[in-house]
Ligand binder design. Structure first.
Ligand SMILES: NC(=O)c1ccc[n+]([C@@H]2O[C@H](COP(=O)([O-])OP(=O)(O)OC[C@H]3O[C@@H](n4cnc5c(N)ncnc54)[C@H](O)[C@@H]3O)[C@@H](O)[C@H]2O)c1
Length: 257
């Protein structure tokens, strides 16, 4: 049995993870951490603890699954690694510099650490297909659509998709005429390889992304929609098992699918 802690256990994703862990025969929920609703019992005998370090010392989890907030996730991951626990991170918003720091800490401590901007298997396939298509088109843009409580933009999935496409094609959206943005931001944010990313936030969406490719006379559209948070759970549990068994830093679910 792999002993699991969940950080952000009272959040939308955290509650799903707690439920998935408690229903699985391979995992045991040993602690649950959040900064709200302290002492609430989330699973038999497991109550919300407000202090991650304290919870780790008492419950000694093998892995801690983190679905908290972009502003807290780095500190949480450091607490895990400094205390001999392997973080599995779904929280988005970690900068390149912070990812590198966590990679170095993981290697030095000889532990495992898994970070995935998207744990949904369908979304990972969408990213792989976008990477495959990238070398056949000169123009590409990404539109990502999320619920209006999402705190970071663009989404981690959009950033990761752009990175994967850039590995195949170093400059997209070429051949356009000179543009003037009448309203700042109209053309979205431009990241790796000149791929423009547009972020939509509104109630009704959960998490969707469309990657548009264009060349003379044709458009290819690759789209994925997450309609229920349950879609992330098989990927989260797969990553938790992998992380408990491997002393590696892994970024992206695609690496173990
Ligand atoms: N990787 C993926 O597949 C994936 C999927 C969905 C959401 N996400 C990301 O997961 C994160 C959480 O999403 P959500 O919709 O569950 O958010 P949410 O706001 O519903 O939940 C976050 C929870 O974390 C708690 N929290 C905040 N700071 C904390 C801290 N320092 N210690 C412990 N708990 C803390 C909050 O009280 C809250 O209960 C976001 O960054 C979101 O973008 C990732």
């Amino acid at each position: 049995m792999i002993k699991v802690g969940v950080c952000g256990a009272m959040g939308r994703m955290g509650k799903e993870v707690v439920n998935a862990v408690c229903c699985s025969n391979d995992f045991e929920l040993v602690c649950a951490v959040d900064v709200v609703e302290l002492d609430t019992e989330v699973c038999e005998g497991v109550h919300i603890n407000g202090d991650l370090k304290g919870a780790i010392e008492i419950a000694k989890p093998d892995v801690v699954i983190d679905f908290t907030q972009p502003k807290n996730v780095f500190e949480n991951a450091k607490i895990c690694l400094e205390n001999g626990v392997r973080p599995v991170i779904g929280t988005t918003g970690l900068s390149e510099a912070r990812l590198n720091t966590l990679r170095e800490m993981t290697e030095k401590s000889n532990l495992g650490c898994f970070i995935a901007p998207n744990f949904s298997t369908g979304a990972v396939l969408m990213m792989k297909f976008a990477k495959m298509a990238a070398k056949y088109f000169e123009n590409a843009e990404i539109i990502e659509l999320h619920h209006n409580q999402k705190k970071d933009a663009p989404s981690g999935t959009a950033i990761k998709t752009a990175q994967m496409m850039a590995e195949e094609n170093s400059s997209f959206t070429t051949g356009n005429c000179d543009e003037t943005e009448i309203i700042a931001g109209s053309r979205g944010g431009s990241t790796n390889a000149n791929i423009h990313i547009h972020s939509v936030r509104m109630p009704g969406y959960m998490a969707s992304q469309e990657v548009l490719f264009g060349s003379a006379g044709q458009i290819l559209s690759i789209r994925h929609d997450s309609v229920d948070r349950k879609c992330y759970m098989p990927g989260v549990l797969l990553a938790a098992k992998y992380t408990a068994e491997h002393n590696e830093f892994v970024y992206g679910l695609d690496n173990i699918l």
